[in-house]
Design a protein around this ligand. Structure first.
Ligand code: ADP
Length: 615
């Protein structure tokens, strides 16, 4: 019964309606997270590669745009410029940290001027010669040397018309060369045009740009805890090694198949998750070619770290899931308590009513239907209590009013029978005896009812005092002697000493008469009745054993209830009210003891009661 309590039902409803769907949804979600983690890693990689590509493209475009020279004036040859102007243009574009060298090349591919440091400026011979034709240029040249505090300007010579930078730039293209390694520095040659105000190309400007600035930018891109970006040149040589630092700088990675694939296909691992082993470590890779540079941007990340970063989402999802499940379980318990508690209170109240106690009021504070129910219940209890009081009062008044006439009848009946009003015939005497017996029963019933009414009104008077029970048992024996003799039953009493107990003498006598009387009454044929005592835990136990008709287990259950009489073949002829044992129980309990019975149908019964011993 308890297994299917309302509480478990409510919890079950919660589990099925809230927790299970929640669990299912969350587990499904987790499954997707796990399933998608490669996809998530891929997204991280794509982001990093695109970020690096954006940085590189922006950087180089900016640098080459800055490099282009537009000279104001419609000069058709660079040789028309003054030496100070040439220095000004080159020096303006020059930045020692960014560029190793800037070269100015004339239309035919001759090196005209170079700058490679504050005072490291050189011009070619042809320019010096062309100067002599204009005295203004010579004057400017001398003033320029004096201004720069130079004794002479160094020479630069050579024709670069066969070189790629010149060839591209003179055609109007932007030129980005291959990476060169010079004195432990990575340089890339870039070249653009020198134009006049008519946008005509009148020369080329070519520079050796250091990669330091841009690699510092790509190196700062991070993936998780150990992933980063590295750059490869067209040959597969490591140009820069960002966060993670797993490959040797300037090393050649052509031995790694994934790198070869990248070189051949122009990209790897961007559309689908790719991993490879490097130095006994699983790494995931993604990369793409930067076309205008002929380089490759590649991500490098250990698989462990990649998955752990994505896995954090997993852990968070787990944490949230557990928190949710815990919360709903707690809510479920709380919720079920809220519902169960008032029901338990109501059940307790109903139980008390079924026990005949109407003093219980149910207190429910919540303002809901349970409160309504409790209020109605309390009203009902009040009505029941009032009814009970009315009924008890009625029984008491009725019994009280009946007592005088039935006692009078008894008196007159006895006087009639003993001839106080003159001689009566045998037939009249026999009839009167029957009437007298019936009246006796009526007297007993009225007495019992009065006793019960008094007990229930709390008016049963019990005066407890020390007394010797042996005397009372013996008195009972003699009072019932005519009854027992009539049935040929012997009431045996064994007591090795006198027992002093605390009880109300009159009431105890009533109990003994009732129980011993019952033992005689419910014995058919003859059979001895034994009465004896036992001492246990400060109490005296008195037992009355008969060998009479006995009681079935079902009968035993209701034995001490008001008006209960066992209904069977044997009891059919035996008269009684069903009130005796009820009264005995009331009396014994009021005296601080307990009454009990053991019985088997057809074998007899043993009634017993306990009463406190006098110390
Ligand atoms: P009653 O006036 O009917 O005897 P009691 O309250 O004394 O009322 O007893 C209640 C019922 O208990 C009896 O009707 C009888 O069925 C059963 N009973 C009581 N004492 C005995 C006994 N010693 N043996 C068998 N049944 C008994």
């Amino acid at each position: 019964m308890r297994n299917f309590s309302l509480k478990s039902k409510i919890i079950a409803i919660f589990v099925f309606m809230v927790i299970l769907p929640l669990l299912a949804a969350s587990l499904g979600n987790l499954y997707l997270v796990i399933k998608n983690r490669e996809q998530n890693v891929l997204e991280y990689q794509n982001l990093a590669v695109n970020n690096a590509e954006e940085k590189i493209t922006k950087y180089f475009n900016q640098k080459i745009d800055n490099l282009q020279l537009v000279i104001s004036g419609p000069h058709t040859s660079l040789y028309e410029l003054r030496a100070s102007e040439i220095y000004f243009f080159l020096n303006n574009s020059f930045n020692a940290e960014r560029y190793k060298k800037l070269d100015l090349i004339d239309k035919k591919g001759n090196l005209l001027a170079s700058i490679s440091g504050q005072n490291q400026f050189s011009l070619n011979q042809a320019y010096e010669q062309s100067m002599s034709s204009t005295s203004e240029h010579i004057q400017n040249y001398q003033e320029f040397i004096a201004g720069q505090k130079l004794s002479t300007i160094s020479r630069v010579e050579g024709n670069v018309s066969s070189l790629a930078d010149y060839q591209a730039a003179i055609q109007g293209e932007k030129y980005f060369g291959e990476v060169e390694f010079v004195d432990g520095q990575e340089l890339i040659r870039i070249a653009s045009q020198v134009k006049n105000s008519n946008q005509e190309i009148i020369g080329v400007i070519s520079a050796e740009l250091s990669l330091q600035e841009i690699t510092a930018q790509t190196n700062s891109i991070k993936l998780g805890n150990n992933g980063g970006i590295f750059l490869l040149d067209s040959e597969g040589i490591v140009l820069s090694q960002g966060f993670g630092n797993s490959f040797p700088l300037y090393g050649n990675l052509n031995s790694i198949p994934e790198i070869v694939k990248l070189k051949n296909n122009g990209q790897i691992g961007l559309g689908s998750y790719t991993q490879f082993d490097y130095k006994e470590q699983k790494r995931t890779i993604a990369g793409k070619k930067v076309n205008f540079l002929n380089w490759f941007i590649v991500t490098d990340w250990t698989v462990d770290d990649a998955f752990s970063v994505v896995g954090n989402i997993l852990n968070q999802s787990f944490a949230i899931l557990f928190a949710l499940v815990f919360l709903s379980a707690a809510m479920g318990l709380l919720f079920s308590r809220q519902i169960i508690k008032p029901i338990e209170k109501l059940a307790k109240g109903v139980k008390r009513i079924s026990e005949g106690k109407f003093d219980h009021q149910i207190e429910i504070k919540s303002k809901d239907e349970f409160r309504l129910l409790a209020d109605q219940f309390n009203k009902m209890t009040k009505v029941l209590e009032e009814n009970k009081n009315l009924r008890d009062e009625f029984v008491f008044v009725a019994a009280h009013e009946l007592r005088t006439p039935v006692t009078a009848i008894k008196g007159y009946m006895e006087m009639l029978l003993d001839g106080s009003f003159g001689q009566i015939s045998q037939q009249t005497a026999d009839t009167l005896k029957i009437v007298n017996k019936a009246n006796d029963r009526l007297v007993q019933l009225v007495q019992d009812l009065l006793e019960i009414a008094r007990s229930e009104a709390g008016k049963m008077k019990i005066e407890i005092a020390p007394l010797v029970i042996n005397d009372l048992v013996k008195q009972t024996q003699s009072e019932l002697k005519s009854l027992s003799d009539e049935k040929g039953i012997e009431v045996k009493y064994t007591a090795d000493k006198e027992y002093k107990i605390l009880a109300d003498q009159g009431k105890l006598q009533e109990v003994l008469i009732n129980i011993v009387g019952n033992a005689i009454k419910y014995t058919i044929g003859n059979g001895a009745i034994e009465v004896w005592h036992e001492i246990k835990d400060g109490f005296l136990y008195t037992y009355i054993k008969d060998h009479g008709i006995g009681l079935s287990p079902e009968e035993l259950k209701q034995l001490f209830s008001k008006f209960y009489r066992a209904q069977n073949q044997d009891t059919a002829q035996i008269q009684g009210t069903g009130l005796g044992l009820f009264i005995c129980k009331e009396i014994i309990e009021k005296m601080g003891g307990q009454i009990f019975v053991e019985s088997k149908r057809g074998q007899g019964s043993t009634f017993g009661f306990s009463l406190r011993l006098e110390k």
